[in-house]
Design a protein around this ligand. Structure first.
Ligand SMILES: NC(=O)c1ccc[n+]([C@@H]2O[C@H](COP(=O)([O-])OP(=O)(O)OC[C@H]3O[C@@H](n4cnc5c(N)ncnc54)[C@H](O)[C@@H]3O)[C@@H](O)[C@H]2O)c1
Length: 442
């Protein structure tokens, strides 16, 4: 089949590469010319395990190509995926200007039937807005089209795998023609049992927000429990095991930490909150989930500040982990950014390491003389008054404690991901603060 993808970010690239890999011919378009040039040379602008190899194989096979010309993409395929960003507006609602721009371009250039599929995360009612924009752009020309919703559930860091082996494929449409095309397109990913859930468009649009809001709720719930555990002298890791073993609760997304980040959970929780408000319903749970998360992102700074008697001026703090989670270089809304901003405001110097996000961090902290980015975690710890672990990269899980103790100027570790047994850190001669557990001292 022939497919066009509008937007070559995390979602568009993975969708394009995976659809090409099963034999489709994919034309992917982006407005960013530099990105398109790099992609046609087989270079991914983002770090996502397995993606670059997949891109190169499919570029070489001639099944995948990138262009900056949307007209070419509209002409190339019957099925047009919209995968552009839907960033938050000032009030938290999703900004649909990129989505509508694509709808307009498709409407203007299409000569015969097109199926337009929104894969971007979009508020309920967007499919109607897309159809409206296309109708306007068609300007009286009689060309048939359908608009379907097909929200994407991939996780950054494991995106290729998630796309190739989806838990479910949600298709929102009331058109049998659209359903038929999408069933055929997804058949290679749907062989073992039927994962396609066909529903009305509005339910499909809301399903994506409900999924992210539920996951974010679990995280905020555990972070609130961790705060209670610290105050009452309980150990949140014991509590986690005590509840995760209940099959009604399960083990996923109940890790306490320093708050969720990324390009999805924060913006999607706020966007569905706004949807509720627009409809006259005050979203009490969603509001609390967001507020708890904002508070949790400040917890690491509070622990360091308290340790040093609220005086961090001239102190050097090492930070391990900048991306919002492991196996990605994405730093959008990452807890590390809140921590580093607070440290800088308090007059501290930061030495930071991340296995993949250094290049992204260079752009973010460009010109900030009090942030030094290092390629080696022990180098980052050298001469620091405390080490803070913000992202649970595998490379941080088993440090050389003797070397780390020697590197640090003062023996303080603040662990935002509960990577270690407190006893291990204490035996290494370090003061250890973690989340939802009592601090330990040598
Ligand atoms: N990142 C994720 O893990 C993830 C997962 C599921 C869903 N989503 C949703 O998918 C959507 C895209 O997310 P992303 O992380 O891939 O975004 P991204 O910011 O990484 O990529 C968006 C791309 O669209 C391009 N673009 C903007 N306007 C364009 C236009 N008119 N025509 C062509 N290209 C255009 C941008 O240049 C950019 O390369 C969002 O709605 C997001 O919420 C993201």
């Amino acid at each position: 089949m022939k497919v066009a993808i509008h937007g070559c970010g995390y979602v568009g690239l993975v969708t394009g590469a995976c659809l090409a890999d099963v034999g489709n011919t994919v034309t992917a378009v982006d407005v960013d010319a530099e990105r398109v040039t790099r992609l046609n040379a087989g270079e991914t602008p983002i770090y996502e395990p397995g993606l670059e190899a997949l891109l190169r194989a499919n570029l070489d096979a001639g099944r995948l190509r990138f262009t900056i010309d949307p007209e070419e993409a509209v002409a190339a395929a019957e099925t047009q995926f919209i995968c552009v960003g839907t960033p938050p507006r000032e009030d938290g609602a999703a900004d649909l200007k990129y989505v509508i721009k694509v709808a307009d371009v498709i409407g203007r250039h299409m000569e015969d039937y097109r199926l337009v599929v929104t894969k971007s995360t979009v508020p309920v009612g967007t499919a109607d807005a897309v159809a409206g924009a296309m109708k306007k752009a068609l300007d009286g020309r009689q060309v048939a089209y359908d608009v379907a919703s097909n929200p994407e559930f991939l996780k950054e860091g494991d995106a290729v795998n998630d796309f190739m082996k989806p838990d479910r494929i949600v298709v929102g449409t009331n058109s049998t023609r659209a359903e038929g095309i999408l069933r055929e397109l997804y058949a290679p990913f749907n062989r073992n049992h039927d994962r396609v859930l066909v529903m009305d468009v509005r339910s499909a649009e809301l399903t994506k927000y409900a999924a992210n809001a539920m996951l974010a709720t679990r995280i905020s719930f555990m972070n609130e429990m961790a705060g209670i555990a610290e105050r009452v002298g309980a150990n949140i890791e014991n509590v986690r095991q005590g509840i995760g073993s209940d099959p009604r609760i399960g083990w996923s997304f109940i890790y306490p930490g320093c708050g969720y980040g990324g390009s999805c959970f924060p913006k999607d929780v706020r966007a569905v909150e706004q949807t509720a408000r627009q409809e006259g319903l005050e979203p009490q749970i969603l509001r609390a989930v967001d507020e708890v998360n904002t508070r949790q992102k400040g917890v690491l700074f509070e622990k360091i500040a308290t340790h040093f008697g609220d005086d961090l001026k001239g102190r050097t703090i090492a930070v391990w982990g900048l991306s919002f989670k492991p196996n990605t270089d994405d730093m959008r809304e990452a807890p590390s950014r809140v921590l580093i901003d607070s440290l800088l405001k308090a007059g501290a110097l930061v030495r930071a390491h991340d296995p993949e996000a250094i290049r992204v961090a260079e752009g973010i902290f460009d010109g900030e003389k009090n942030v030094t980015l290092l390629e080696d975690p022990m180098e980052a710890a050298k001469g620091a008054d405390a080490l803070v672990i913000v992202t649970e990269w595998k490379a941080y899980r088993s440090p050389d404690w003797v070397r780390l103790r020697k590197c640090l100027n003062e023996p303080v570790v603040v662990d935002g991901r509960n990577l270690f047994e407190p006893e291990t850190v204490r035996e290494a001669g370090l003061v250890y603060y973690s989340i939802g557990r009592a601090p330990v001292r040598p």
